[in-house]
Design a protein around this ligand. Sequence first.
Ligand SMILES: [Zn+2]
Length: 340
Amino acid sequence: MSTQPATPPSGPQTGCLVCGEAATKPWTGRHWHIPGRDRQFTYVACARCGSLSCAPVPTEAELAYYYGTHFDYGWYRQRASLKKIQAKARWRRAGRILKNYGASKGRLLDIGCGHGHFVNSAKRDGWEAWGVDFASDATAYGRETLKLKIVEGTLGTAVRSGQLPARTFDFITAWHCAEHVSEQREFFDLIAGLLAPGGLLLIAVPNAEATGMKSRREEWTWCQQPYLHVVHYTARGLTAAVAQSGLTVAATWSRDTWDGNWLSDEVFGDAPKVVAKQLAKLHWRLGFGFEEGVRLACYAIGGIRHWAFGLEGRGLDRAELSLLASSPPHAAANQPEGKS
Ligand SMILES: [Zn+2]
């Protein structure tokens, strides 16, 4: 993480990016800057919904520069096998939600799909599965190796270029992607425009009200830099953002992620990372193996805790916030004559 306590952030103050409220207050005295660039960024908290927003808002050019030069895609490449396991677990979660909702198989879109492992799981289960992501090497892997329908670009460029058919998706998912988007209103409007009548949206993001966020603030694993996680949502803020785009929010809930946030942050602090760094000096595999070993052990402990005590939804870290929403069904005017 790159930090610099010098000059304060500059640029227009835009208020809460999540709900649109103008009144915000400083959340931290810390400032960050994109390596190689001077402009300073920090987080402000919304006076109404409590969500955090990056201030000032990074421009598209700044984000493109950051993702093109400094974003650590290697982290994902090294963890490809773990990402496959995670995708399968996410598809099982999605499957339970769809079943509870009585949804039948149809067309799915995963926004921020990366290599496409989640899209692949859906496809194998009989869905017509699509993905969209702006990381070109990841989307190329999904298209060429996994033979998936994956569009390269941001959601905005993919929609505007006509590569994603409007009002046809029965299920849209966005796993830990919405918090990277600076144009929040546009993002949810685009999703609303892609959903078929009665279609479902499932979003998962870091929880601004997580135990770790409250106790460790900007040191929390999922807090990240403000130009990277442009927003951090509270349940109230995410609900407002989705509802503003005309979708009906069915539920929000938080859960433990089992990925070591709670254990490594609250119990071990930075120790696993420090040890892994030392081991990596001997050989990168040693460092990688140690860090992932701790992570898997935390998954296992979290899983046992969940299985034994049923802590879903009221867990100890509440690191992840999820939301389920639906698109309005066909308008009455579009119903065949004689039916209502
Ligand atoms: Zn707000």
